[in-house]
Write a new protein. Sequence first.
Length: 280
Amino acid sequence: MSLLEFTSAVFGWVYFLCWSLSFYPQSMLNYSRKSTSGTTVDFPLINCLGFLSYMISNYAFYYSPLIRAQYASRYHGLTPTVQFNDITFAAHGLLLSIICTSQYLFPRLWSFTPSKGNKPSRFILGIFFGCVVGVILVIFIVLSSPERNNPSGGGHAWVWLDAVYAISYVKLIVTLIKYTPQVLVNYKNKSTRGWSILQILLDFTGGVLSIGQQGIDSWLQGDWSGITGNPVKFALGNVSMMYDAIFITQHYVLYRGADGKGVEREGLLEREGDDERRIA
């Protein structure tokens, strides 16, 4: 294994750890505060759809001989740049998103105080069902194509690779809009109270390493089709980092010193403080 191959593997697993760990701070903060106030269910709810589609598409790119053959036919004999850690990350993200969503939709189950953010917005519901309908339509188009199972069907005919792309694009669409409701909530409240900045910092780090890994893999293959052939993975890192920059600016610059400053740290350490007071 060369130095670049080793670096790619390290980047892959470190970004997997950063992005995976980024799912925990918000759920932990909600649990410590016994409330989801200051945040909205839109983010974790649409994340469920995003990571489900991401898991399915990554699984197909990594394990399906037909999809890999059609990909190779379309991209000069190359293989998809999807790694096993991508599949693991997607499955883990789906599970944690479901858990976090349950804190909003079923607050009594968690002994939470109900808040205004427990109901999904029409905007997010529209995106949710619109994506589902779009994927179903593409699948029907592929089913009507006589070339759908052709391993070398990488030309103009509709093949199963196109259906996998349609599913993967759902994740891209979700990433483009999932942070917007929370950005607006923070702006309306002029505070980041209840919104975990730890998850944002971890997400930003993961985005940098994800793009770095894909760039190294494409360099090793000697062809940048590794990026153009898997635009979702490349776009995910860039879009996430753009939103992360907005949240970091809101937390540390725009609303610095607002009533939300330090709430996360206090909430996560609340139990420890209670224990110390009881001992004293």
